[in-house]
Design a protein around this ligand. Structure first.
Ligand SMILES: *Cc1c(COP(=O)(O)O)cnc(C)c1O
Length: 399
């Protein structure tokens, strides 16, 4: 949809007064339509239709319908994305299905920048399978060199959650396929952040969450993609009745629905999907190439301004915008306290241990004036060491 109106999209989000929100990469802000949409599902559908809502309100088909709307944003073929569960669960399913498709191989290849949950899922799956699989974790820049014929599957997060460093999905997928391996791509920091072309890259499996850049709300359900060519053969280790080819036949034996539909497990989270639907109404209006161009403009402005005003902060994101996602990270020894001081002044980013200050740039609701104000606040906090107060050194459970 070329001709994205960023003034209009900004109007579609609620942001608290005085807040410059640079944390949509952790939890996207609320689309204004979400409250009424959830209310309608509760009082108009649940209250009035009761169990009839599954058919009359289309709740049962919602995972596939929303999947297709997300699929457009990540370059998936229609019919091959399903929504539900959490990203960790979807990674488990995709990884287990990939391992089952490469029975003679024992290595899961990942990188040191991967999100811990993905690595924990792999470790626990290896234990559960008990077939001697090995999780091999290498530096992000060395993944291609480590794709050998021992590798069953690469398990990679496209955009590094800390540094924003981006892999070359097409090249790494090609390298994996040349060695006979499969790929699982985690799109947590890609979906809604930059154009993704799963079909064009030849990706085998992918999964992502919808509460970060996609603004689906806290705990919004995840999505999973299975390439069409694997639809008939992919079988996850975690199965449930709604992934069955005929759930209401109540057959005792599991017979998976093909592809992403077979990755459904149990009852869809209808209330959570209602909020996600309101967010996708915004995304339906935007062109990802234009979002990407705006994201780069804003990021470049932010990096230049922060580097000029705060020489004590060290850029840890790639300087080349093509190698970055839609977030920018700086290293600072007292980064946690500095971030608390910024948040207290309305500039909301987040902190990732041990010393990373992370900022997400989301063009749907941020413009140049926001970025300039954020830079001014950062300049003041850093120059005057305003972070060095006892109240900013206490740590909360969620950073
Ligand atoms: C945010 C994130 C997750 C979170 O998984 P959930 O199951 O939704 O909590 C997983 N992987 C990556 C790379 C993430 O950034």
């Amino acid at each position: 949809m070329p001709g994205t109106d960023f003034t209009a999209t900004r109007e579609m989000f609620h942001l608290p007064e005085g807040v410059i929100y640079l944390d949509g990469n952790s939890l996207g802000p609320m689309p204004k339509a979400a409250a009424a949409r959830v209310q309608r599902t509760v009082t108009g559908e649940w209250a009035e239709m009761l169990i009839g809502g599954w058919t009359r309100a289309g709740w049962m088909e919602q995972p596939a319908r929303l999947g297709d709307r997300i699929g457009r944003l990540v370059g998936a073929e229609p019919g091959h994305v399903a929504v539900g569960d959490t990203l960790s669960v979807k990674i488990h399913q995709a990884l287990s299905a990939a391992l089952a498709l490469r029975p003679g191989r024992r290595v899961i290849l990942s990188d040191e920048g991967n999100f811990p949950s993905d690595l924990y899922v792999a470790q626990a799956l290896i234990d559960a399978l008990g077939q001697g699989h090995e999780l091999r974790v290498v530096p992000p820049g060395e993944v291609a060199a480590h794709v050998t014929r021992e590798v069953a599957v690469t398990l990679l997060t496209d955009v590094d959650y800390r540094t924003g460093r981006r892999h070359d999905m097409a090249a790494l997928t090609r390298a994996a396929h040349e060695m006979g391996a499969l790929t699982v791509w985690d799109l947590a920091h890609s979906a809604g952040a930059l154009p993704v072309d799963l079909a064009g890259a030849g990706a085998d499996f992918a999964a992502g969450c919808t509460y970060k850049y996609l603004n689906g709300g806290p705990g919004a359900p995840a999505f999973v993609y299975v390439a069409p060519r694997l639809a008939a053969s992919a079988r996850p280790a975690l199965a449930g009745w709604l992934g069955h080819a005929a759930p209401f036949a109540f057959e005792p034996d599991y017979r998976p629905a093909p592809g992403a539909a077979g990755m459904r497990v149990g009852t869809p989270p209808v209330l959570g999907m209602a909020a996600l639907e309101a967010a996708l109404d915004v995304w339906d209006r935007v062109d990802m190439a234009e979002v990407r161009a705006r994201s780069i403009e804003l990021s470049e402005l932010f990096i230049a301004g922060v580097e000029a005003a705060c020489p004590m902060l060290e850029l840890v994101s790639p300087r080349d915008p093509d190698r970055r996602g839609s977030q920018v990270a700086f290293r600072f020894g007292d980064g946690h306290a500095a971030m608390q001081a910024l948040i207290a002044r309305g500039v909301v980013g987040d902190f990732r241990a041990p010393d990373i200050m992370r900022f997400g740039l989301a063009p749907l609701y941020l413009d140049e004036a926001d970025i300039r104000r954020a830079i001014d606040v950062m300049a003041e906090v850093m120059e005057r060491r305003l972070w060095d107060r006892p109240e900013y050194h206490a740590r909360a459970a969620v950073t």
